[in-house]
Structures are given as C-alpha cells and as structure tokens.
Design a binder for this molecule. Structure first.
Ligand code: 3PG
Ligand code: MG
Length: 396
C-alpha cells in the first residue's frame, strides 16, 4: 500500500476522502472536532510537498438530496482555522464548477466539495458518479477510516480511476493500532465491552474470546446476560431473543479460560432521565418498574482492579447512560482507570470510536490514552476480521 509518508505530492492535486461526519449543534457549530484534527498531518504533508488538496466527505445520512442541516459549508470556517489556509468551497460535488475550481487550485490551496451523500449515487457505489468525482484530482488519498466499512463511490469504487492510491496517516494509524491489539497484545489483555446491544457486539466478542485474558462486560447489554443467569432486570433494556446467545458466550468464555467479568451491582432509576430516583442493587436484583442505567460502586472497584493489572486494554462502549451526568459515574471511573493504567503502568490502551471515544474526549482524556479511534462501525468490523472496502480499494 502506498502511504502519504512515502509519496511525493509536489505538483499533484490530491483528492482526499476524509470522514468529516462530525456532530453539529443547532447553530451548526461542531461539538467534537476530533475527526477533523486527526487529518491535520495528512493535509499538511500534501501541502508541504507542494501539492493541493480537494477534500471530500459525507455528513449525516441525508436521504433525499441537499439539506441545510447536512451541508459541509458549515465546516468551511472551522477547517480554515484548523488547517491555517483559507478553504474554498463548491456547493455541488460533481459540477463543472467543482472541476474548474479543482483545476485552478495552486500548490498549498484547499478546496472542500459539498456533501457526497447529497447524491444517492454515493451510497450506491455508482461507478459513473465515482468517475465524475475522480476528475477532481490526480492522486486519490483515502484517510476516511471511519467510513472504510462502506463500499461507497468515494470510499472504494473511485479507486479504479487512479494509478496513485495512497492511504492517509489516519487510515495507517488506525490499522496499525488495531493490528497491534489483535496480533501483538502484551498480557494481561483486557477488553471492556459496553453499549446497549449484544447483537451489535457479538462478532467482536467471539473473536476477542480467542485473544483476551479478561473480558469485562458493562452497559445495557449486561441486562441480557442477567436474564441468561435467571436474574431480575425490571424494565431495563434487554434483548430477550439474545438470551441463548448470552448463555453460549458465558460457556465459550469458560471453555477458553477467559475471565468473564460482569458488574456486581447496578445503579437503577425509576424513570429514564437524569433526575429520576436512584438506587444501587446487586446484579440481577433490579425491582419491577426500575431500570439499570449505570454500574455500581462494587463493579467500579472490581473493574478498576482488573484494568490496573492489564498491559493491553481495549475499550468499546459506555458502562451506562453517560449522557445523563448522574449515570455517567461508572463510565467516567473506567476512563480514569484506563488513563491510570496507561500513564502509570505503561499499558497500551485503545479506545474504540463512537460513544466510548466521546466519553474519553469529553472527559479531556483524549491525549492520555494510547489511541482513540475515529471509527465506530469501521473499527468493530475491522476487529471482527472483515475486509474493509475502503482498505481493499487502496490495495487493489
Ligand atoms: C460514522 O460516523 O460511523 C461514519 O462516518 C460512517 O457513517 P454511516 O454510519 O452513516 O455510514
Ligand atoms: Mg455509523
């Protein structure tokens, strides 16, 4: 695979696929710019070599053509500040105007094109659309790890129209770090899996059972495990049709000698809001009318103890409903423990994208763990052992 590091962009026009699918508030301000900042090294390298950059991305999931809410024009000013160059913009990603602006770019200049998903051809992986996009550059750089699990026009199909296909620094770092965890983990290796559904995590959990020493389970999916053990979960979130699966996972962990660690206690609430009444109960003892929204203090202590003894830590998914401050205590405590293990014991810690990444970034811990992935679904699929179309296109 060609990489940004070993490619000379002098005189080249790089068409760079980035994942700028970032959260915006009601005033269209970016509330987490991690994915943008992550691309600085790639963009700077191209510009420093004497190349120019055409940036392309999706934003959100627009279903039917252009919508204000998902316009990438909201990113123009923030991007200009981040890259230190006044970023140009074109409001249609495949128009003649876009091609003219791209052709007119001088070395050191950046053009951002409008949201690719304003054309349904993007998600369909339409070949003609990909070919039209390909007119915007003479080198294709894919730095959109977060979208690499999609076989879309700009993430994969477009590759066939370029002789020079180059992976960006974000793509490279993501793949290197994921590989480090999967193939070269120093022991003890602890995976912490959270989030609400077993069904989202089943494949990765099964794969990890062949690799980890400890598997900590937290978040909403613990209630399905509780059902599997015959526990009471009140009105907690659960997947009754996955109870058998949970039982199988418990058996598999035993057979493989993996230490499966579940919460000892839960903080539950009588309503789904931050100010609901709270009580802490033992696992599997949630009263009727109550729902588990966080792990309790005994679980925190147990999880922290395991994390402190680990040399490799993979964390994906929150321990509770961390968007509510009263139920973020477990998630924040795990973030603390992971930071501590990293800084004090030299553990290698990888935080999977999505909610756990926001939890770590919101706590200001982004720089105090080994790596925070910019990918949610993409990281999971890569770790499940799937081929990512965005990566395969670079290798073809
Ligand atoms: C993400 O945020 O997960 C990526 O940008 C991919 O977006 P998608 O799930 O809408 O394809
Ligand atoms: Mg997604």
């Amino acid at each position: 695979m060609q990489t940004v590091a070993n490619f000379n962009f002098a005189g080249k026009k790089a068409l760079v696929r980035v994942d700028f699918n970032v959260p915006l508030n009601d005033r269209f301000e970016i509330t987490d710019d991690t994915r943008i900042k992550a691309t600085i090294p790639t963009i700077q390298k191209i510009l420093k070599d004497g190349g120019s950059v055409v940036l392309m991305s999706h934003l959100g999931r627009p279903k039917d053509g252009p919508v204000e809410k998902y316009s990438l024009k909201h990113l123009v000013t923030p991007l200009s500040l981040v890259f230190g160059v006044k970023v140009k913009f074109t409001s249609d990603c495949i128009s003649d105007e876009a091609v003219e602006l791209a052709n007119g770019l001088q070395a050191g200049e950046i053009l951002l094109i409008e949201n690719l998903r304003f054309y349904k051809e993007e998600e369909k992986g339409d070949v003609d659309f990909a070919q039209k996009l390909a007119r915007l550059g003479n080198v294709w750089v894919n730095d959109a790890f977060g979208t690499a699990h999609r076989a879309h026009a700009s993430t994969a199909v477009i590759g066939q129209f370029f002789t020079d296909k180059v992976s960006g620094y974000v793509m490279q770092a993501e793949l290197d770090n994921a590989q480090k965890i999967l193939e070269y983990a120093e022991r003890p290796f602890t995976a912490i899996m959270g989030g609400s559904k077993i069904s989202d995590k089943i494949l990765i959990i099964e794969r990890l059972l062949d690799k980890v020493d400890n598997l900590i389970i937290g978040g909403g999916m613990t209630y399905t495990f509780s059902l599997a053990e015959g526990g009471k979960i009140g009105k907690s979130i659960s997947e009754p049709d996955k109870v058998e699966l949970a039982k199988e996972l418990i058996e598999k962990a035993k057979a493989k000698g993996v230490n499966l660690i579940m919460p000892l206690d839960n903080v539950c609430a009588d309503d789904f809001n931050n100010n609901a009444n709270r009580q802490t109960v033992e696992r599997g003892c949630i009263p009727d009318g109550w729902e588990g929204l966080d792990i309790g203090p005994k679980s925190v202590a147990l999880f922290q103890e395991t994390i402190a003894k680990s040399k490799t830590i993979l964390w994906n998914g929150p321990m509770g409903v961390f968007e509510f401050s009263n139920f973020a205590i477990g998630t924040n405590a795990i973030a603390d423990a992971v930071v501590k293990a990293t800084e004090e014991n030299g553990a290698f810690s990888l935080i999977g994208g999505g909610d756990s990444a926001s939890a770590v970034n919101n706590a200001g811990y982004g720089d105090r763990v080994s790596y925070v992935s910019t990918g949610g679904g993409a990281l999971l699929e890569y770790m499940e052992g799937k081929t990512l179309p965005g990566v395969a296109a670079l290798e073809a």
